[in-house]
Design a protein around this ligand. Sequence first.
Ligand code: SF4
Length: 315
Amino acid sequence: MRVLAEYGREDIAIVYLGETSKGSFVEFVEALQPPFPISEKWVLIVSTLKGCPVRCKMCDAGGYYEGVLDEDEIMEQIQYMVERRFPDGKVSSKKFKIQFARVGEPALNENVLTVLEKLSDYRNLIPCISTVAPASCENFFERLRLIKDEHYRGRFQLQFSVHSTDEEQRNQLMPVRKWSLEQIAEYGEKFVKENDRKITLNFAVSEESILDAGKILKIFSKEKFLVKVTPVNPTYSAQRSGLKSDVDVTTGMPIKHRKFVEELKDNGFEVILSVGHLEENKIGSNCGMYIRRYLSERLENPCAYTYLNAKVRSS
Ligand code: SF4
């Protein structure tokens, strides 16, 4: 891995731009969760594809697509960040999380599964797959379930990006053939076993979101699923698509869609309100952000990517 540039803050998040040993351009991230020090929690976010063929309306990574990364190219991102912080290769953070969620839909690349198997020696690792659940990836999801059972019982985080309870709106937001809510629920019933973490249903809530708590309560079991509400980050794509975040960033609570959260909670469904550090938008390390998009377009965006004018280091 040859790191070409890095942007961000050591105490919050750093985005690395690199070239793999096979010559692919990649972005990867390491993040802390203040006030926790690295000894408590350390999060790595790696790319799985070279760009992404899915064009989610809130994500800057969609559009460019040059193919899958092989297992070495995914491992190189992880190894670079591990060796930088832990030269002996032993990650001593109590919670060590790797999210396969920077650039690319992970279910479109079976090499991700090989990487998960390779990483199973890290006994403190919490792997996290975040997916829109593309159709025709049944093999990926079946193998994922087996790998979780063999290596990661009780510490695997699976997240489905759902964003709307209306299938037509889901198709507009994530324009790829994918599982229906019922198919996600069916898979989750098999996936989550005793002591496993619940599956997260992620909703980046905009003012225009169609959110029906009754539908969630009817389709998903509260024993196996939880809902996570996040803001729509200020990406170029979200702005172009006219998606206005509905989340109050001081409380994490939706404004127009407050009832969605209240109804779920009133019925015993677990709901997490997750805002994260707003500085991450400026660094460009947040969900849906893609430095390459900024570098190619150079469009003004006062809410995002402002750290790129003062990068930490380049070579
Ligand atoms: S959100 Fe994920 S699947 Fe959608 S365009 Fe971005 S990287 Fe691809």
